[in-house]
Design a protein around this ligand. Structure first.
Ligand code: 13P
Ligand code: SF4
Length: 322
């Protein structure tokens, strides 16, 4: 039997038993479970902490237990390992990568940086440790605007790897950062035409958009923000309906925290493809989480020399986000 989907349904005895086993193993091994909002609903439900990528890094830094299980994608596990080198950091599926991080190969990025030696390098957290090691300051979608605004208007800045987030930050800060040409395959799929159609069906609905989406979708949003910012907007808004243009996992927490509101997943270009699910995020399952707690693997390792260089720009971000 496989365990699937984000829906809140009647309890399944198999799933409930797995959850109990996970909680038992977690206590036995001295582990803490961190989950990103894009994880399957049942993983979010057993996590000790759920958050966006900034919150996961901030929480990881403060954890006292010896083992962190990062239910998210590989770069999130690497960030936790870089911040907590003495801890064991596990991930349920070692293949859970990120197309955006993969769109920025470290050697090519190094050449780009070397071609602009007078530029400060700002990297989105969705990057490998090797790319972070070439970076001056890391940002996430929740702090990118504030961190970019700490630099003078005419400062020479490189922003990588997400051209959509970088372009959005340029547009709202009046900066002219040089952009790396990368993108996320999930967020690039949201279709302006289909969202406009959906707005006709739900004229009162507010449109929530992650800044990794393309500019035309961002331009018609009521709220642009990180996963946590979109969730907070939904919680505090008087609106009853929301169209959500980001990975579908966030709907689980939105429905849980706002049971009297309606959340509609924005359709991708091809409505039959299910591509508003991140196939990497969804590689993690309850069974794999149980197995990784039981077996102590897969474990995240980062080359200590790379980790040493990558730690500085992450710590600078955390310092600027206090
Ligand atoms: P957040 O930083 O908003 O959690 O986003 C992470 C991510 O991978 C977006 O695709
Ligand atoms: Fe990476 Fe996109 Fe998946 Fe986020 S949704 S983890 S940016 S591939």
């Amino acid at each position: 039997m496989t365990v699937d989907d984000n829906a809140i349904t009647t309890p399944d005895p198999y799933v409930e038993d797995l959850k109990k086993e996970i909680i038992r193993l977690k206590e036995e091994k001295g582990a803490v479970i961190l989950a990103h909002f894009y994880q399957k609903g049942e993983i979010q439900d057993v996590a000790d902490y759920i958050g966006d990528s900034l919150a996961l890094a901030q929480i990881a830094e403060k954890i006292e237990e010896p083992v962190i299980v990062l239910c998210g994608v590989h770069f999130m596990g690497e960030t936790a390992k870089i911040l907590c080198p003495d801890k064991t950091v596990l991930i349920p599926d070692a293949e859970a990568g990120c197309s955006l991080a993969d769109s920025c190969e470290a050697e090519a990025f190094r050449k780009f940086v070397e071609a602009h030696p007078d530029h400060t390098v700002i990297s989105y957290v969705n990057t490998s440790a090797a790319v972070k090691a070439l970076t001056d300051v890391v940002v996430t979608s929740s702090n990118a605007r504030d961190i970019v605004e700490t630099f003078d208007k005419d400062a020479k800045l490189i922003f990588g790897p997400d051209r959509n987030l970088g372009g959005y930050i340029n547009s709202i800060t009046g900066r002219n950062m040089l952009l790396w040409d990368g993108a996320c395959h999930v967020h690039e799929q949201f279709s302006l035409e289909k969202i406009v159609e959906l707005k006709k069906q739900y004229p009162e609905a507010k449109l929530l958009v992650h800044p990794e989406c393309k500019r035309p979708v961002v331009l018609i949003a009521d709220k642009v923000g990180s996963t946590a910012a979109l969730l907070n907007y939904a919680k505090s808004s008087d609106a009853r309906q929301f169209i959500v243009a980001t990975e579908s996992g966030i709907l689980h927490q939105m429905k849980k925290e706002c049971p009297d509101k309606e959340f509609i997943a924005a359709p991708p270009m091809d409505s039959t493809c299910g591509c508003n699910d991140c196939n990497f995020m969804k590689l993690n399952t309850l069974e794999k989480l149980r197995n990784c707690l039981r077996d102590g693997k897969p474990e995240i390792h980062v080359d200590p020399a790379v980790a040493e260089r990558a730690r500085r720009p992450i710590e600078r971000m955390l310092e600027l986000s206090k």
